[in-house]
Design a binder for this molecule. Structure first.
Ligand code: ISE
Length: 324
């Protein structure tokens, strides 16, 4: 069976998800695209139907599953509409703009009694992070005690405001650190360089491991995400994101991608194929609505700590049985 997918949002990620669905995903097709800009919706929709009302797309009988790639602030309400319509949804991160909104999605899914929401924390599908997880699980490096993350954007997107370095960017490290370490953050400390960028955030986990993350929104030289896991018997870290090295004009090295789309192209493709397969097999994969809520709840508390300058004990409640 070919899954008929509707995509909401035709910005950077929405257009890329449509491309992936059309060109690189088995068992799916794009039957509808929505954007507030009718012209953009039509331009991306191709032979699918163009919508300007996301709820009309969600309720359209042709649409069997939904990808939400609209602005962050719309994610929670649209995910709730998909749950109410009983339609599986891949919601781009973050799940919601606030922890309260994200918790409403969790509560609605618990009420439904079935997991329909997958949150687009695509790094869980990135081959480098997957190999790092396997190395940790193999015991080869011993007990994991430190995780060092670097998250550098070349330049903050023009729509970036205030604490989004935490609520829109650092949420990736919150999710991937929980996943890599199989641990829950319990304490956070955050400090900012002059001008507020970069940030240095330290998380302590319930297993005693420590996670350090630099989030730099205007590193200028390129898009650079790195992770190194330190164990009692060794380390594992991601290699440079390249398949070639160049020697030229007394220089040796590789180019850095301009942003997350080329850097995580494999992850987005693998994530989309896994999502489509999970719907056919009724076997949820990837980050759940609970994971999406925890990432946003921790980010919200870390953003508050940035204002107060004090460490914060993290609190996000008990994981419902639906997500165990
Ligand atoms: C952006 O929204 C993403 O999700 C990227 O993966 C991340 O690296 C970037 O910092 C965010 O702004």
């Amino acid at each position: 069976m070919t899954l008929s997918v509707g995509v909401i949002g035709t910005g950077v990620m929405g257009a890329e998800h449509v491309r992936i669905l059309r060109e690189e995903t088995a068992g799916a097709r794009v039957v509808a695209v929505c954007d507030a800009d009718a012209g953009r919706a039509r331009a991306v929709a191709g032979d699918g139907e163009a919508f300007t009302d996301p709820l009309a797309l969600i309720h359209d009988h042709k649409v069997q599953a939904v990808v939400i790639a609209s602005p962050d602030a719309t994610h929670a309400d649209l995910a709730l509409a998909c749950l109410a319509a009983g339609k599986p949804v891949l919601c781009e991160k973050p799940l919601a703009a606030t922890a309260d909104q994200a918790l409403r999605v969790v509560q609605a899914e618990v009420q439904l009694g079935k997991r329909l929401v997958q949150v687009g924390y695509m790094r869980r599908f990135d081959p480098a992070y997957v190999e790092m997880l396997h190395v940790r699980q193999s015991g080869a490096i011993g007990e994991a005690v430190l995780l060092h993350n670097t998250h550098r954007n070349a330049a903050a997107p023009d729509w970036f405001t205030g604490a989004m370095a935490v609520t829109n960017s650092f949420v990736h490290e919150i999710d991937i650190s929980r996943w890599l370490l199989d641990a829950e953050p319990v304490l956070a400390r955050i400090s900012a360089a002059p001008g507020g960028d970069p940030l240095m955030i330290t998380l302590e986990t319930d297993r005693g491991a420590v996670v350090s993350t630099e989030v730099y929104m205007n590193a200028r030289y390129g898009y650079h995400v790195h992770a190194q896991l330190v164990g009692r018997d060794g380390t594992v870290e991601m290699a440079a994101p390249t398949v070639t090295l160049t020697n030229h004009a007394s220089q040796h090295g590789h180019a850095w991608p301009e942003n997350w789309v080329p850097r995580f192209r494999d992850a987005y493709r693998i994530q989309m194929n896994a999502w489509v397969r999970s719907i056919a097999e009724e076997r949820p994969v990837g980050a759940s609505a609970w994971d999406g809520y925890v990432a946003t709840a921790i980010a919200e508390q870390v953003a508050t700590a940035l204002q107060t300058g004090n460490p914060v004990r993290l609190d996000f409640g008990q994981r419902p049985d639906l997500y165990l």
